[in-house]
Design a protein around this ligand. Structure first.
Ligand code: INI
Length: 171
């Protein structure tokens, strides 16, 4: 080791990480399908409950209903463009048994949501279930496998706080 290196001050890496305490006034849109509403309503409940329990004011959450998962990306894109929301959470349920179009709908919604998020810079949590059966969907909508709506909402919240931490660190 050179003398210079030996004398260098000891530094530690800086870690940027989001948290789960909602910044005051942070606004969220939940985009939820009417298709498979008996499942999606549970995802909406889970997402709303998770956000409120982490400090989001219920009045700062807007629920936007769309016909089906296919329509989710366009509506997310419009909401992102409006600039009103700190984050969006996509909530839906595509069940393989219900449609020969399963692959198309499932692929397009996941690709579309990712594209919207990357193109707009607005975090979009992905809470769209893609399952083989109704039973698997029920398991992920507030029963034995948890609630994927809540998981997606908390990921969106974390991305909001991480985004703010990145902005502060860049100043
Ligand atoms: N939409 C869903 O959200 N889930 C499904 O399982 C589903 N199935 O089975 O077809 C579904 N279809 C509707 C689709 O998302 C569109 O709303 C429809 O094609 C009109 O554009």
């Amino acid at each position: 080791m050179s003398e210079k290196a030996a004398q260098a001050p000891v530094t530690s890496p800086r870690t940027l990480e989001g948290g789960l305490v909602a910044p005051k006034g942070a606004r969220f849109a939940l985009v939820a399908t009417r298709f498979n509403d008996f499942i999606v309503a549970r995802l909406v409940e889970g997402a709303l409950d998770a956000l409120v329990r982490h400090g989001v004011a219920p009045g700062d959450v807007t629920i936007v209903k769309v016909p089906g998962a296919w329509e989710i990306p366009l509506v997310c894109a419009r909401l992102a463009k409006a600039g009103t929301y700190d984050a969006i959470v996509a909530l839906g349920c595509v069940i393989r048994g219900s449609t020969p179009h399963f692959e198309h709908v499932a692929n397009e919604v996941s690709k579309g949501v990712a594209q919207v998020s990357l193109a707009s810079g607005v975090p979009v949590g992905f809470g769209v279930l893609t399952t083989d059966s109704i039973e698997q969907a029920v398991e992920r909508a507030g029963t034995k496998m948890g609630n994927k709506g809540a998981d997606a909402a908390l990921a969106a919240l974390e991305m909001v706080t991480l985004g703010r931490a990145i902005e502060r660190a860049a100043r």
